[in-house]
Design a protein around this ligand. Structure first.
Ligand SMILES: Cc1cc2nc3c(=O)[nH]c(=O)nc-3n(C[C@H](O)[C@H](O)[C@H](O)COP(=O)(O)OP(=O)(O)OC[C@H]3O[C@@H](n4cnc5c(N)ncnc54)[C@H](O)[C@@H]3O)c2cc1C
Length: 158
């Protein structure tokens, strides 16, 4: 769709940003300004991703649910309400930033722990196991450290 001549440069620029983010998140370079995000197959996780990326790119706080209320790039760009042309923009993606647990994760973790138990002095910890949040990571780290310390403090010759 051609841009309306009535649109200011700032509005067009924000629309460019929103459209770029939509295309990245949906992995579809053909997304148009008036395509409905959800009709294109977008889901709520991707909607959250869009909000985070737009906050990064515009420096504006995007209210929760904005993508649900304004599902096209044109609507969302208007709703963001930026009236000045951004002087700089940057979108940061944390690809691979968090482990993605697949079906069977608990069984895999149990198998890893059973194998590691056969190697005294070795312990595993971190986001790959019992949760990606910092508290879960700290918990597995403490448990692993306790195991290693117990091994190091064992009576000699055992
Ligand atoms: C963008 C982002 C935001 C997050 N926000 C939150 C939040 O708000 N709250 C929350 O609870 N959690 C948050 N998390 C999740 C949490 O930060 C991570 O799950 C947690 O830090 C992972 O801890 P870890 O020790 O398993 O791994 P990491 O913190 O990744 O530590 C692994 C370390 O191993 C090092 N390393 C890797 N390979 C090697 C190697 N071959 N040799 C030696 N060293 C190596 C790395 O350099 C790294 O220092 C966030 C994560 C991301 C990516």
């Amino acid at each position: 769709m051609a841009d309306s001549p009535a649109k200011s440069n700032a509005e067009k620029s924000v629309l460019d940003i929103v459209l770029t983010v939509y295309r990245q998140v949906l992995d579809d370079p053909s997304v148009s300004p008036d395509d409905d995000f959800f009709e294109l197959g977008g889901d709520s996780f991707q909607a959250m991703e869009i909000m985070a990326m737009l906050e990064e790119a515009t420096g504006q706080q995007i209210r929760a649910g904005a993508v649900f209320a304004f599902p096209t790039a044109t609507e969302l760009a208007g709703a963001i309400g930026i009236t000045a042309t951004p002087v700089a923009r940057r979108v940061t993606r944390w690809g691979g930033g968090l482990p993605q647990y697949n079906v069977g994760h608990l069984d895999r973790v149990a198998a890893i722990r059973a194998a590691v138990a056969g190697r005294p002095g070795l312990a595993v910890a971190g986001a790959a196991y019992d949760g990606v949040g910092i508290p879960a990571c700290v918990s597995t780290a403490k448990s692993a450290a306790d195991q290693v310390l117990a091994y190091l403090a064992r009576p000699q010759g055992t």
